[in-house]
Ligand binder design. Structure first.
Ligand code: GDP
Length: 459
């Protein structure tokens, strides 16, 4: 996958030959053309030679019948988008028509933004275009590249010029080969059993524990090298193990939350395990804490501890409507989901620190959520999914305009961050944002991982 900063956008007035040029640059080089139906149909995108993402903005803002003013506005919309989304802009003009007022205006806009612009004069196969060529120097965007998109003349040279303007190649964020430990932390109200769980975990079979040197008494970290039952070696770092060892109990919940912040465990962890007490269920503090975890963009897994007590109670006093323990557990999970409806479909684990029941499932869940949050979402599939979602349920119209996404790319992981190039950022309301996040989570199976939609609109 090509990193998002290697993106090239083709812009220009209608009929100058943008899509011809797009096909030339792409076609010859066996690129992958992303088929983008629906809302983003105004944009074509493809990967050229594993080198750059090429976008044809030609359809943005275009309608069948357009007045000159509408053409002008649509072209400006393309420029706005291109300036935000691309690191190199290919500005196409029509040599036969010669330099036009719109071209001059666009050039002015480009000069203001200072992005690399490659000026292209197309249709150079015609004599009139050759005669007009000199005029284009006036635009102040450097030497025009004379090409014929129709016949292919000058396209190879243009490709080289584009590549030369590109920012230096940085390996994509997702290809980093890192020997990293998955940082996990147990968080929750006092007395839910965090210390007991932590201590239980440290005694797990097939686990080698080593304290991390240099950590202070207050925020001790412990490395866990765990061999899974299938032989997979997993490396974790358990954060804030100061809390694991018996320590003084903090009084009020306020102390508790401020205590958490200073220890910084949530900020520094990859995955947070929100420990709930099966006997009390979800409380207000649990919700607050879950909110904190998500604010920091961390993976989140729910651990229902003291499940031994809940089961004991169930056996003594069966709850009507639930025949089996399994049914009881499922109903419990459903109730937790309902209370914590704002979670990113977090897995729910039922454990007992006292009996040791399922305590190791914490490590497995950490591994699963960590892998998921490090996934790379391919640009084509991402845009297709978003188009489908937006076709299925269109965003509201605010004022006269409807929120529109031109193009999206997955820009970073942990948390999964998706940059969406759109017409107006402020037109995405919270409900629709949640709708898109939920849709993406379902499509790409991103359970337990928060998703950030990073909107980029009109500059
Ligand atoms: P923390 O404040 O969250 O660290 O909670 P502790 O680990 O200190 O546990 C609080 C109390 O709950 C202690 O008395 C534990 O023995 C008890 N406890 C913790 N986990 C379990 C569990 O799974 N089952 C039962 N029955 N008791 C538990």
């Amino acid at each position: 996958m090509i990193p998002p900063e290697r993106t090239v956008a083709i812009v220009g007035r209608p009929n100058v030959g943008k899509s011809r040029l797009f096909n030339r640059l792409v076609g010859k080089r066996m690129a992958i053309v992303h088929d983008m139906p629906g809302v983003t149909r105004d944009l074509a995108s493809a990967e050229v030679e594993d080198n750059y993402n090429l976008l044809d903005t030609g359809g943005i803002g275009m309608k069948p019948e357009m007045t000159p003013q509408m053409i002008h506005d649509a072209t400006e919309e393309q420029v706005d988008f291109a300036v935000q989304a691309a690191s190199v802009i290919v500005f196409v003009t029509d040599g036969i028509e010669g330099l036009t007022v719109i071209d001059e205006e666009l050039a002015k806009q480009f000069r203001r933004y200072g992005k690399p612009v490659v000026l292209v004069v197309n249709k150079i196969d015609k004599q009139s275009a050759v005669r007009n060529l000199d005029d284009f120097f006036k635009l102040g965007l450097g030497d025009p590249q004379a090409i014929s998109a129709e016949h292919g003349d000058g396209v190879d040279v243009l490709h080289e010029v584009i590549v030369s303007q590109m920012p230096p190649y940085k390996p994509p964020f997702y290809s980093k080969k890192e020997e990293r430990r998955i940082r996990i932390c147990l968080c929750g109200r006092p007395n839910v059993g965090k210390s007991s769980l932590g201590n239980r975990l440290l005694k797990a079979p097939r686990l080698i524990v080593s304290e991390v040197a240099g950590t202070t008494r207050d925020a001790i970290e412990t490395d866990l090298d765990y061999t899974d039952s299938d032989g997979t070696e997993l490396k974790f770092r358990l954060m804030d193990t100061a809390g694991v060892k018996p320590r003084r109990k903090l009084g009020s919940s306020l102390d508790y939350f401020s205590g958490l912040r200073t220890s910084g465990a949530i900020e520094r962890t990859d995955i947070a395990f929100l420990v709930l007490d099966a006997m009390t269920g979800v409380t207000k503090h649990d919700k607050t804490l879950a909110g904190e975890v998500l604010k920091f963009g961390k993976g989140l897994v729910i651990v229902v501890n003291k499940w031994d007590l809940a089961l004991e109670q169930f056996r003594e006093q069966p709850v009507r409507g639930y025949e089996t323990e399994k049914e009881f557990r499922e109903a419990f999970a459903e109730a937790v989901d309902k209370e914590l409806f704002f979670l990113p479909k977090s897995p729910i684990l039922f454990v007992s620190a006292v009996s040791g029941f399922k305590v190791e499932s914490i490590l497995k869940a950490a591994r699963t959520v960590d892998v998921t949050s490090g996934l790379q979402l391919p640009t084509g599939a991402l845009n297709k999914t978003l188009s489908k979602l937006m076709d299925k349920q269109a965003p509201r119209i605010v004022g006269k305009k409807r929120f529109k996404v031109y193009y999206s790319v997955h820009v970073s992981s942990r948390p999964i961050t998706i940059r969406m190039f759109c017409n107006r950022e402020e037109q995405l309301d919270d409900r629709y944002r949640r709708y898109l996040e939920t849709g993406l989570r379902e499509a790409f199976q991103l359970e337990g991982c928060p998703i950030r939609l990073d909107l980029v609109g009109k500059p």
